[in-house]
Ligand binder design. Structure first.
Ligand code: SAM
Length: 294
């Protein structure tokens, strides 16, 4: 009987580079996995699967680096030929993702974009409860009341992330932060800024329990937004694009801030008003967490 021996490595084996396994090639847009990825455009399917899409090397990189679980990667042959895109797909595969190599036209169908950037990923959604949101010595929360436009929501996530906000609270019937439009507009901030959903009354009790002032931005504001004592613990409340805030909600706030406008001007765009409010509150706190580049 021959004894099993550990084969000795040849010089060729020692010096040859690691050759990765090919990805599963799919060319039909009726493949079940491709159909599921395409249907992630629908909120109902995102709700059922708990997945959402992010497209392009930058966003996929941010998700994977942030430890978000990718269940599927779709990559084009051209993308697989680019080392950093291929490396992302390899890392996701090691972490359990199915990697599908698809033609450009199928990646475009999955992402809804003509130029999808060689790679897209379906990540598992994550959302925190109000109690999981962390407070610090300075906390700056952004509460959005029934925001409906995913482009606005994504832009606000991006602003909140830049201004080192502690988190976003989505109040009432808001649009989905995991829609591809919101993810795209957030430029990846969706992976970095914590957020939770709530009704207004629960949120109001929560912010009181954290001793946070509630400052609403409103076209009915009674104080200019740059004269308000925001304090170290503050929640900024922004209204819906059409209806603003209800009287009842405004009555529950500590301050109603008005961003000055010329006489008879209607209102600012929600995302722009949020940026002005957020930066004013952050400035009043002394820009904690800001990079000085010095
Ligand atoms: N017609 C709506 C209203 O009566 O409030 C306008 C809504 S505005 C497009 C969306 C949100 O942006 C407002 O609810 C408010 O939170 C904020 N906003 C816009 N312009 C503002 C301003 N000049 N001062 C304070 N907040 C403003």
């Amino acid at each position: 009987m021959h004894e099993l021996q550990t084969p000795r490595k040849t010089a060729l084996q020692v010096s040859s580079p690691i050759v990765s396994q090919p990805f599963t090639k799919i060319t039909s847009s009726t493949n079940p996995a491709v159909k599921m990825l395409k249907s992630l455009h629908r909120k109902k399917v995102r709700g059922e699967t708990g997945l959402f899409m992010a497209e392009g090397g930058r966003l996929v990189h941010q998700g994977i680096d942030g430890g978000w679980q990718a269940d599927y990667i779709a990559i084009t042959a051209e993308g697989a030929g680019r080392p950093h895109i291929r490396d992302l797909a390899e890392r996701a595969r090691t972490a359990g993702a199915k990697v599908l190599e698809v033609p450009e036209r199928i990646l475009s169908q999955i992402t809804g974009k003509d130029n999808p950037g060689g790679i897209a990923a379906a990540f598992q959604q994550r959302q925190q409860s109000l109690d999981e949101l962390k407070s610090g010595k300075n906390s700056l929360w952004l509460a959005l009341y029934e925001v409906r436009d995913p482009g606005n929501l994504g832009t606000i996530l991006r602003t909140a992330d830049c201004a080192a906000a502690s988190g976003i609270i989505l109040l009432g019937n808001c649009c989905d932060p995991f829609s591809i439009e919101a993810v795209r507009a957030s430029m990846g901030a969706v992976f970095d800024i914590p957020f939770a959903s709530s009704d207004f009354d629960t949120f109001n009790s929560w912010r009181q329990s954290r001793s946070a002032r509630l400052v609403a931005a409103s076209v009915n504001g009674t104080q200019p937004h740059d004269r308000i004592a925001y304090g170290n613990q503050v929640a900024i409340l922004m209204g819906n694009e059409q209806a603003g805030l209800s009287e009842q909600v405004e009555a529950a706030c500590d301050h109603l801030a008005l961003i000055p406008m010329r006489e008879n001007a209607d209102s600012l765009n929600l995302a722009q008003a949020t940026a002005l409010m957020t930066y004013e509150a952050w400035r009043s706190q002394g820009y904690p967490g800001a990079s000085t580049n010095s």
